[in-house]
Design a protein around this ligand. Structure first.
Ligand SMILES: [Zn+2]
Length: 618
């Protein structure tokens, strides 16, 4: 991989030199109130900034004014602002509306007049110092004190909190801040747990138009953790928030939490950027100053080369700087991906509709992205997409059956999950196809696609048993249960379109171990309309763009071979980093009685290293 290490001597701040700007990445570092408070101490900020900016280029800093009832005073804020502005670094403010992070991230009580006053004072204080500020993750409420219980009355917590926080945004933050500083822009950062927002009062329906911008938490950390965050979430969530406020999603935000190996940190940054984040924020200046720990070295050899990262950085004549901090992992990760980002157009993906304040088959879209189906979440049912994917969460739309029928009547396809179908039973879905997703389970390991050869997963998985009327609808992919078989992908005709029911394993992660022929057929049914498709195992994600470029990202621990399928007229693809060209092989479609069911395709064999990406153009 070609990388250029050039470091600029910024003579106006002495002889020290700093990482130069990236060509296609705008970077920011967030500073918590705890660290901002220290910035006035003699020498503290100079030392931290000097170490940081040798190892990663930073365009902007967010200076937090409040967290856990710690309010940074005027003198310190102005000192810190000037420090960064003097160095050509943009500044913005930040607020974390927590009372005590140590106590389950205790939030303010928005039914309590003292708390409300405090929330407003913090917004006003911040607006006095900054023309832009961001609300970090916690502009929600988890309070269930007696005041809240009384104020809630007969409403659900969700309904109560959604309206409570919409009003709090206007009355306590936006209006007071803009009264103090009419030029101030206020950005709300939404975290990664979008599926559950409504229960805590994050209002994705009414808040995006109220705020000047949104920001996206793309920290996915360790997927085994209690947040169930699959790596691909970093992409879906940026695209989802962008679709909530087109043009208004200002960036993605990654921290170092849950790291078991260093490549995981790099992957989070890369995926944020593959979603075309306009800016990427590193959380935070304290974490970036943590030492690099050797136990984060992975067993495999991907494109993230631990030793290369640790190489001394040249900082001028005969001088070098030995990187020791987490900021170098960020800088190195950016250098690895910057060139590729220059080639990528606008992301293209299968649309999955999620009505506002809905929940169901929690976070399933991210698991689907992990099996090579490019996917993005949209808050309205799209009317001009050849395929729409609906998970259980879409069952919250009372008009969903009519919307599905209209899509099918346009001659397009709808793919629904077994969870969606089950939630819709008795609600009119039977007017499209009469099948039943039962409460019975099958424990399966073997699968068959059409009339092909059976293939097996590594271990057994539990799936719901679906019953249907023979000859009314058809199995496209089946699970074989020794003495019995069950639909995995089921198809029914309706009007001018096709309606598919996709059986999702009880444990979503089992999608990753479906054998390649099953995954290939699923990809074709759901994402076959995109101009790039892949064949191969799970845990390889595909990112597609509107300018004949695409990226493959593997999350596997060993090298993987993937087949990339493109139009038959495209005879070669080029790896944009390695400048390597790969020739395609034409695959003729299967013909039966002089009829073909499909198009011929050009197939390219591509190897991807563990936990690595490759970007191509054609
Ligand atoms: Zn309360």
């Amino acid at each position: 991989m070609k990388r250029i290490f050039i470091f600029l001597i910024l003579t106006f701040i002495g002889i020290a030199s700093y990482a130069i700007p990236y060509k296609h990445i705008k970077t920011a570092v967030y500073c918590r109130a705890y660290e901002v408070e220290k910035m006035i101490q003699p020498g503290w900020l100079e030392s931290v900034w000097d170490t940081l900016s040798h190892q990663v280029h930073i365009d902007k800093v967010y200076l937090e004014t409040h967290r856990d009832l710690l309010i940074v005073d005027d003198v310190t804020l102005e000192y810190a602002k000037k420090f960064f502005q003097d160095r050509g670094v943009k500044v913005a403010g930040g607020i974390t509306y927590t009372v005590n992070e140590g106590n389950n991230f205790q939030t303010f009580c928005y039914a309590n007049s003292e708390d409300r006053k405090k929330v407003q004072e913090i917004a006003e204080h911040t607006a006095r110092h900054f023309d832009e500020f961001i609300l970090d993750d916690f502009f929600f409420t988890s309070c269930k004190c007696n005041l809240c219980i009384e104020a809630k009355g007969d409403q659900s917590w969700t309904d109560y909190r959604l309206e409570l926080m919409r009003k709090a945004a206007v009355e306590l933050v936006i209006n007071p801040a803009k009264t103090v500083n009419p030029d101030v822009e206020i950005v709300i950062k939404y975290p990664n747990w979008y599926e559950h927002f409504q229960g805590l009062g994050f209002n994705l329906e009414t808040e995006p138009p109220l705020f000047d911008g949104l920001y996206t938490g793309t920290e996915t950390r360790d997927r085994s953790g209690n947040q169930h965050l699959q790596q691909y979430l970093g992409y879906t969530v940026i695209r989802y928030y962008e679709n909530l406020k087109p043009g208004g999603n200002r960036g993605g935000w990654v921290d170092t939490g849950g790291l078991r190996f260093m490549d995981r940190f790099a992957e989070q940054l890369w995926i944020t950027l593959f979603a075309k984040a306009r800016e990427i924020t590193l959380f935070d200046i304290r974490q970036m100053d943590w030492p690099i720990r050797d136990e984060l070295r992975a067993d495999w050899k991907g494109i993230f080369n631990f030793d290369e990262m640790m190489n001394p950085i040249k900082i001028g004549e005969g001088e070098s700087f030995v990187p020791t901090k987490m900021s170098r992992a960020a800088g190195y990760s950016f250098e690895l991906v910057d060139n590729l980002l220059g080639y990528l157009g606008n992301p293209v993906a299968v649309k999955s509709y999620k009505p506002f304040h809905s929940v169901g088959e929690d976070f399933l879209q991210n698991y689907i992205g992990m099996i090579g189906i490019p996917i993005e979440i949209v808050p309205e049912f799209p009317v001009d997409e050849p395929v729409v994917l609906l998970t259980e969460t879409a069952s919250f739309d009372p008009d969903i059956v009519a919307k599905i029928k209209a899509q099918l009547n346009r001659g397009y396809d709808v793919v629904v999950t077994s969870g969606f179908f089950k939630a819709m039973q008795g609600r009119g879905i039977e007017s499209i196809v009469e099948l039943r997703v039962t409460d019975r389970k099958a424990n399966v390991k073997n699968f068959i696609v059409g009339f092909g050869q059976p293939s097996a997963s590594q271990s057994e998985m539990l799936i719901p048993q679906i019953n249907y009327f023979t000859n009314d609808s058809w199995e496209i992919i089946s699970a074989l249960d020794d003495t019995n078989g069950w639909p995995i992908l089921h198809s029914a005709d309706y009007s001018k379109g096709r309606f598919f029911v996709w059986t999702i394993p009880d444990n979503f992660v089992d999608l990753y171990q479906l054998p390649a022929p099953v995954l290939n057929r699923l990809r074709k049914a759901i994402a076959g309309n995109l101009n790039v498709n892949i064949e191969g195992p799970g845990e390889v994600s595909l990112f597609v763009y509107d300018n004949n470029t695409f990226v493959l990202q593997s999350f596997l621990d060993e090298e993987v071979t993937v087949h990339v399928l493109l139009d038959e007229k495209i005879s070669e693809i080029t790896d944009v980093d390695q400048c390597e060209k790969i020739d395609g092989k034409l695959r003729r479609t299967y013909a039966f009685r002089n009829r073909t069911s499909d198009n011929d395709v050009m197939v390219y064999e591509v190897k991807v290293k563990p936990h690595s990406f490759r970007g191509f153009r054609f």
